[in-house]
Design a protein. Structure first.
Length: 419
């Protein structure tokens, strides 16, 4: 089918998806999870083909985003079941008001409609997006990157099999077959067919969508995430948090890219940081982190000199920019100048410093003494996520079920007329 035909078929199921019962949606999600596990060998075979093809032109870190295993497919199925257990967001009365004339006004949550998702590399996005869209009463149109084409097609085939098993229209979940730029542009400009566009990927993809979309578009994903180590920090805690935020999975948007260190502890802490992220990892045959240092940091430890763009780069790799700052105020100012509004953290035992940091740092997620890696729908209890919104309107942070609903006003009267 052409992209236009897929969109027409999706729109035709808009009302069906919006009016499914809680039981119908949860039953379908369990069936979709079962189908994923039943077809795991087919999915992994297709994934292996994609990984082999992509290995010639993308890094090992990015290949990790693409690669599936039995465990990862099982995690995808578990996420579907977690979403099935969540409360149905559709039809919730968000507010109830009775006017002096007796009119009863209810603000009621309703699905958005046809949600299109353009994304790169990570096949788990396919099942996560489909699960959240279905549970929130929406139709979804998925357009993955060419590097994951066969994997995504196999996953969508399994998910549609779950819908069919429950007697539901398979076009509630669709996969765009064309991975060219033209198909992406068609989704961006599908006025009347797409109610919301969500790009999920690198800065280039997000910028292209936000600049060219004629349909409503959520800005997501790009994460230049900071960790500030305050002068009162527990240094061992800081090392644990930074190592987790940088190295657990460096290719994802909630990985830390910048470490800011208060000048009063820099002489003691920076050698500890180098020992943990560079020396110890190299000695353990793990990938060491390349530290890109400002002049003040470079006067204390060895590393690469930070270039002009290093504090404005989402590395998505074993690289971290490091800067020594005079105080909390300078750290907050640096974050304001360089952050993408995703996730920032402070490590401190000073309650006043923590309060100042959380009050003045304007990002979607702001942490005190915890890793930025927790900015994730599953970790926040949303089952999974549609993406991390870094904008301020409609949705912010991990997008779960509530963010995939809008609302309408339902008014009950007994004959009132306006005078």
């Amino acid at each position: 089918m052409t992209t236009h035909e897929i969109l027409l078929a999706a729109k035709a199921q808009r009302m069906t998806a919006a009016t499914l019962s809680d039981e119908q949606k949860s039953t379908a999600l369990y069936a979709m999870a079962d189908c994923l596990e039943e077809q795991v060998d087919i999915i992994l075979e297709n994934n292996n083909n994609d990984v082999n093809s992509a290995s010639e032109h993308i890094s090992e870190v990015m290949l990790d985003r693409l690669r599936l295993t039995h465990e990862r497919v099982a995690d995808m199925a578990d996420s579907l079941r977690a979403v099935a257990r969540l409360a149905d967001p559709v039809g919730r009365v968000l507010s109830h008001t009775v006017r002096p004339d007796g009119l009863a006004i209810d603000k009621v949550s309703v699905p958005i409609g046809v949600v299109a998702i353009i994304y790169e590399s990570r096949p788990n996005v396919t099942s996560d997006a489909a699960a959240l869209a279905l549970r929130s009463g929406n139709v979804c149109v998925l357009r993955g990157g060419k590097e994951a084409y066969f994997t995504n097609r196999a996953i969508v085939g399994a998910l549609r099999g779950g819908l069919a098993r429950c007697g539901l229209p398979v076009d509630i979940i669709s996969c765009v077959e064309d991975t060219s730029r033209e198909s992406a542009h068609e989704l961006m400009t599908a006025v009347g067919l797409v109610d919301l566009l969500i790009p999920r990927g690198g800065a280039g993809l997000i910028r292209t969508c936000t600049e060219n979309a004629k349909v409503p578009c959520i800005q997501t994903g790009t994460g230049i995430c900071h960790i500030y180590v305050d002068k009162s920090a527990d240094l061992e805690m800081a090392l644990n948090i930074i190592e987790n935020a940088k190295t657990q999975r460096p290719s994802v948007c909630n990985a830390a890219e910048v470490c800011l260190v208060h000048k009063d502890i820099a002489d003691k802490f920076l050698p500890m940081l180098k020992a943990r992220l560079v020396d110890s990892r190299a000695a353990s045959n793990e990938v060491p982190v390349e530290l890109r240092l400002c002049e003040r940091a470079a006067a204390i430890i060895d590393g690469s000199p930070a270039g002009a763009d290093d504090f404005d780069t989402e590395f998505l790799d074993y690289i971290m920019a490091v800067r020594v700052v005079d105080d909390l105020k300078e750290a907050v100012r640096h974050i304001a100048d360089h952050s993408t509004g995703h996730s920032e953290a402070i490590v401190t035992y000073d309650a006043a410093a923590a309060d100042q940091f959380t009050a003045h740092v304007d990002s979607a997620a702001v942490y005190v003494n915890a890793s930025t890696r927790f900015t994730d729908g599953g970790q926040f209890g949303f089952g999974c996520e549609m993406g991390i919104s870094t904008q301020r309107l409609h949705a912010r942070g991990p997008m779960g079920l509530a963010e995939l609903n809008t609302y309408k006003f339902v008014i009950h009267g007994d004959g009132q007329i306006r005078k």
